[in-house]
Design a protein. Structure first.
Length: 82
């Protein structure tokens, strides 16, 4: 899936935000929030990526959250996935 419009990007960002909040048991994730500084760890990273694979129907490597732990950066990289 290639995100072509700002509306589609917002939809993807909303799905990702919901997953982050559920996995981390937090509310109000922001663009500059770091998954690991918010309490994330490797097992939660696997849970996050598995959920996003289901939600978005795209293959995402678990390494993506380690390479892009900031929420905003993570969303932009997911949006680039095809």
């Amino acid at each position: 899936m290639v995100v072509e419009s700002s509306q589609e990007f917002e939809r993807v960002t909303s799905l990702v935000k919901d997953r982050w909040e559920a996995v981390l048991n937090l509310d109000d994730i922001e663009a500059t929030d770091d998954f690991f500084l918010l309490g994330g760890h490797s097992l939660l990273a696997v849970r996050l990526i598995a959920g996003l694979r289901d939600d978005l129907g795209i293959a995402l490597p678990v390494s993506m959250i380690f390479e892009h732990p900031l929420f905003g950066d993570f969303c932009h990289h997911i949006a680039k996935q095809s």
